[in-house]
Design a protein around this ligand. Structure first.
Ligand code: 5GP
Length: 208
């Protein structure tokens, strides 16, 4: 993509992993960060506003953008398309902003091909039981959707080792501090100490 200035961070997590709250906590603490608003073909959930959480588009619009080569990455997740618009990310980076991509492991793989020096962070829940509780408490999806999301979450977690950094979202405040430390270390080019216990946990959760 050339002429990159800001840093690129990927944050992935299984649905219900607590990523959204952590990422909004991050933005309150770090004004250099900007969120890339993804495109999706899924319908908006109650409370979601077009252009804020996502840009909601039709399948035809999405496929046209793919054909035009407008997407930096895209994937099919939970029967819908999700993707990142290339130009808007490029613009943020040129403005020397650090961009957060909230995308899944398939998208992370594609972005790493283009930006090998990006920092890919994976957030995991402390247990599958807590993941189920979070998905249920959110009250936005039916029981069958939750069941499907649990299976998809485990499949997603099995890709944990494709990410440089792992954060266990057990306690919100400490997970947020860990995220901030990872981001700051990456900016300074300092290797961040890996989370050995998190790796053992991720391996266990991903295997079911
Ligand atoms: P949700 O529908 O719960 O908001 O998101 C479902 C999944 O889609 C999450 O794992 C999320 O990270 C992923 N996702 C959201 N936006 C993008 C995107 O632009 N690209 C890719 N590859 N995945 C995305």
């Amino acid at each position: 993509m050339g002429a990159k200035r800001g840093d690129l961070f990927i944050i992935a997590a299984p649905s219900g992993g607590g990523k959204t709250s952590l990422v909004s906590g991050l933005f309150k603490r770090d004004p250099r960060l900007v969120l890339s608003v993804s495109l999706t073909t899924r319908s908006a959930r109650p409370g979601e506003v077009d252009g804020q959480q996502y840009r909601f588009v039709s399948v035809a619009e999405f496929e046209q953008m793919v054909t035009n080569g407008e997407l930096m990455e895209y994937a099919r997740v939970f029967d819908h398309y999700y993707g990142t618009h290339r130009e808007s990310v490029k613009q943020h980076l040129l403005e020397d902003r650090d961009v957060i991509l909230e995308i899944d492991w398939q998208g992370a793989r594609q972005v790493r091909e283009i930006f090998p020096d990006c920092c890919a962070i994976f957030i995991i829940p402390p247990s599958l039981k807590i993941l189920r509780e979070r998905l249920t408490r959110r009250g936005q999806d039916s029981a069958s959707v939750i069941q499907r999301r649990m299976q998809d979450a485990q499949a997603e977690i099995s890709h944990w080792n494709e990410f440089e950094q792992l954060v266990v979202n057990d306690d919100f405040d400490s997970a947020l501090e860990e995220l901030i430390a990872i981001i700051n270390d990456h900016r300074k080019g300092i290797p961040h100490q890996g989370n050995r216990n998190g790796q053992i946990l991720a391996q266990r959760l991903g295997n079911g």
